[in-house]
Structures are given as structure tokens and as C-alpha cells.
Design a binder for this molecule. Sequence first.
Ligand code: ZN
Length: 388
Amino acid sequence: MFYFQDPSLLAFQKRVQEQIHRNNLTTQFSVGSIPSDSQLRDVLDIHDYGPLLAVYRQWFNRLQRSKQLERYRYFGDRYLITIDGSQYFNSEKIHCKRCLHKEKSNGHTEYYHQVLQSALVHPDRREVIPLAPEFIRMQDRSNKQDCESVAALRAINKIRCAHRQLPAVIVGDALYATEAVITAVTKQRFSFLLGVKPGSHTTLFEDIAGFRRGGLLDRLQKTKRDGRRYLYEWVSEVPLYATANSPVVNFVEFQIFDAADKRTRHFSWITDLPLTKETIEELVRGARARWKIENENFNTLKNHGYHLEHNFGHGASHLSEAFFVLNTLGFFMHQIFALVDGLYQAARGRFSSRQEYWNILRASLQLMVFDSWDHLLTRIHDPPLPAP
Ligand SMILES: [Zn+2]
């Protein structure tokens, strides 16, 4: 159902009633019989989906072993892993024991689900490789609510457990630029590249203002062909906070000016990677790749076919999260196809939008029975011509 991005469990069930669709489920997925929609929800709600999360690691490792991830190398032999939080469900009526909740000003309680999604990205590549999601939730055996920065610590430890030797740079927004996250990242032998803001890192920006007045910032300027000017400024080994135990970081500020010299973009980051005239441009490109997780991952999942925010059913314990995991697993597989599968790429190449492509794939399954996934893709790519 999620593999083919069916919009609802009911629509999926309805299709299963038709013989052609049922046969396709057997040929494509070796499915024998399909339980009813309520049975399906009950089963998913009771059972822990935990073992499914291992699929992310297994397929990541397969990509790595077959050298498919070489294209994602960054800053020498490293990889970029972005982490970002997102809300995918909220309601005043429906809730489960995993829901987070907050009291609203009108006295009502709002229930919601949030998740921290990590992904391998590269500034030059469209495809992102999602890692296992980390849910932000009511913690078991306690009444304490979780929060994004605590979930980030768990996510960082789990990424290291799943990928013991992966040299990676953790990329995140200013929410993660804290002593706790930097300590966890460093302890797990990762590097970091994190956003900082004057509002949340006051003393750091005061120090930078001082360095700027004293002419102590390193600078590099590049004028692009379209007349835009890129200004890089950086300084190494500054304290993040005005405390004795503060982490010491390298700081970089990046500004873009248009042809009329009006500033159009402005970013600041901290990192432990070395900053020099030779490395600064690659570093900034990596930091800016963070938007990819928002654009390519969450945006595609929410707005371009995966119905991530649709409530397929909420359940009492595992269901809401299980649906999220199954949905992103579908996305994960499709990203892998886009990266490595020539037939998938060729068939996709016949359509301008991915939604149109998947509409045709879904529609085809209702018209005829295909022996296999490859058979389906071959027909989409090369439809038979009418006999002369
Ligand atoms: Zn819930």
C-alpha cells in the first residue's frame, strides 16, 4: 500500500477486491491473502515495528558495499548527515499513548506526533538516503515528554551503533548547536556543522562583532557570473558560550549580495572541520545542503505523493508510528531505485513529474497482471505498439 502510495487504507482495500489487483499483489510482493482494513490496523497496532527499522541499516550497508555511496563523499572521505524535526500528526480528539500533548489557550488539549528524520545528503545530488526515523514521544514508564534535542542525542548514538566506521558530519539547525549535542557528536567520532543565531548564541556573536571590528576575521569573496557576490568570513577556535567549559568551535558566516549589492541571504554556522581559503566553499555548500531534507524528504513525503500527514489510522500504541515507518520505507526504496536502478530511471525519465509516473504505475496495476516489478517498469518504459 505504501510502496504504491495509496491515499487511504479503504481505497487500498477496495482495489484488493478486484482480481487483477489481487493477482498483482501476489506477483509483485508474494502476498497470499489480505486481511480486512480493521484487522490490518489491529495487527500493526499491537506489534512492535522495531525490527523494520533494521532495514534502513541493512540497505544503507548494501549501498555502501556496492560503492553506490561514493557519489556522496564530502570533505575528503566524509559523508553529510542532516537531522531535522517535523510534526506529522495533530488532533484534539484522536490520540494514543505515544502522543505528545500541549494545553491550548482555549482550554483544549492538542495531541501531536513529531519525528526526527536523519538523512545522508550531498549538495550535488537530488536523492537523499533517509536513515531510521527517531520518534519524539511520551517516554515509556515515565510521564515525561520528550523533546527534539533529547531525541537528537538518541539519534546520534543510534547512527553510530548502526554504522560503526562511517566518517560523517552531522548537519543541523541552531536548535542543535548546544553543548550537549556537540559533546555527543564528538564522543561518537562524528564532526558537526550546525547553524547558529544571534538570538540563541549571544556571546558568540558579540565575540564575532569584536573580531570583525579588529579585522581579525578571515575573508574570501567570489563574484558569480550573474553578478552576485558571495562573501565568506571565518575564525577558528572561539568559545561557543562565555563559560569555562564551553565547547571551542570554528565559526563561519556566509552572505550573498545581489548585483545591486543588496544582501539577499545570510547564514552562520559552527563546525569542528578546518576552515581555510581552500575548504571554506565546500564547507558552506555542505551546510546549505541541510535544506534538502526539508525540500526533498519531508516536502516530498508530505506534499508529493506519500500522504505523510494523512491519518491512515491512529491506534492505541504502535499504529501511528508504524504507518510513518512503512511510508518512509517506501520512500527509502524509491530513493534507492532512483540512485541505482537503470530500468526505474529510464521509465521515470518518460514523465516530467514523479506524481504522474506513480499515477501511471498505480493505474497499470488495475488494468493487467504483471509477472514482476521489472515487467511493470518495462511496459511503462516501452509500451507495446499496435500490430501493423
Ligand atoms: Zn498518538
